[in-house]
Design a binder for this molecule. Structure first.
Ligand SMILES: Cc1cc2nc3c(=O)[nH]c(=O)nc-3n(C[C@H](O)[C@H](O)[C@H](O)COP(=O)(O)OP(=O)(O)OC[C@H]3O[C@@H](n4cnc5c(N)ncnc54)[C@H](O)[C@@H]3O)c2cc1C
Length: 322
């Protein structure tokens, strides 16, 4: 049995940690925020929740489909049956070959919560350095650290992982190939149902790229709550703006693109600095000599499916290497 540290409790880190734990290793997960899920996160309010990061996922690979089948049986995910369209210059165009989409229930965090059950996780613990010591790797955080890890997994975005890799320059170089675009998200509630003939839309606009009625998904509290995602170019250009100034701009763009006029009764915005990655299609990275590796959506296809497969794939590499 080896002692393995996993940094990051998103779906990649948790899938990796669970697989290593099932193989009999002693795994400790470190997560900087208060809960598991990363970009599959859910914001709760008095009027229902918003999934302000990933909104749904698809399942193409047989390994991931098998995991999704299990989650379906456990009631952790459900097929999405909402009306998805494309919005182009005010025209509503139905998707011609809609792919089956899934959502976690009752919020996108549900899958990660289930994956994190029984794992040893230190929340609100941001790893600031990973350094080699006499007895294995040492991980440091603001108020302390722990040594003696036989292996380390960095399951965090590439830009956050490469500074933790300074002790292994050749791995750091590989990590620097990965990257993410930012995304501003707005969570908006209207008093009455909007006069729209769709539940979600890919939007052609200078500002927003995607909108979804949160409660069009199974397991959600009813209500007219919408999540609006700005496109990557707009998000980049307005990255350092305040959330207070961004939310109204996204709402105006939604009204203009969908052709309605309604005042929101509640709104807030969230800045995702590392939102979407084109993905390196490399699966995962593992430095066998130094026993440190990296996984996450950016190593694979930039989606939830890729993140999960990257995490389980790295765990398989570790199991055969160790
Ligand atoms: C706005 C938006 C829309 C999206 N839409 C979709 C979609 O429709 N379909 C889809 O499949 N995917 C979508 N995605 C992408 C999807 O969310 C990701 O591919 C997936 O969740 C990535 O999982 P991950 O485990 O690789 O990373 P993350 O979920 O980012 O997990 C990394 C974790 O590491 C933690 N962390 C970072 N640094 C440290 C540190 N130093 N110490 C400790 N912890 C740390 C973070 O807090 C985080 O919890 C979307 C993402 C966003 C933001």
């Amino acid at each position: 049995m080896l002692r393995i540290a996993v940094v990051g409790a998103g779906i990649a880190g948790l899938a990796c940690a669970r697989s290593l734990r099932n193989a009999g290793h002693a795994v400790r997960v470190f997560e900087k925020s208060r809960g598991a899920g990363g970009r599959m996160s859910t914001r709760r309010t008095d009027h229902g929740s918003y999934d302000h990061g990933a909104q749904y996922f698809t399942a193409r690979d047989p390994l991931f489909r098998a995991a999704v089948d299990q989650w379906l049986a456990q009631g952790l995910v459900a097929p999405y049956a909402g009306r998805i369209v494309r919005l182009e210059q005010g025209e509503v165009i139905p998707l011609s070959h809609p792919e089956q989409r899934y959502v976690a229930t009752p919020g996108m965090t549900a899958v990660c919560r289930a994956l994190s059950a029984d794992l040893e996780i230190d929340f609100e613990c941001q790893i600031t350095a990973v350094t080699p010591g006499e007895s294995g790797w040492r991980l440091s955080w603001e108020e302390g650290g722990d040594s003696g890890f036989d292996a380390v997994v960095l399951a965090i975005p590439a830009a956050q992982a490469s500074p933790l890799c300074v002790a292994v320059p050749d791995l750091a170089v590989q990590l620097r190939q990965g990257g993410h675009e930012p995304c501003w998200a707005a969570m908006v509630r209207y008093e009455a149902p909007l006069p729209l003939e769709f539940d979600a839309a890919f939007v052609e606009s200078d500002v927003i790229g995607w909108v979804m009625r949160d409660a069009s998904r199974p397991g959600r509290v009813p209500g007219e709550r919408w999540v609006l995602h700005a496109n990557a170019e707009w998000s980049k250009a307005h990255l350092e703006n305040s959330a207070e100034t961004v939310a109204p701009l996204l709402m105006d763009a939604f009204c203009a693109a969908a052709g309605f006029d309604a005042e929101a009764v509640e709104f807030r915005a969230h800045r995702w600095r590392f939102a979407l990655s084109r993905g390196l299609n490399a699966g995962s990275f593992w430095h066998a000599g130094r026993r440190i590796g990296a996984c996450g959506d950016w190593c694979a296809d930039g989606r939830i499916e890729g993140a999960y497969l990257s995490g389980t794939g790295l765990a398989a590499k570790l199991r055969s290497a160790l």
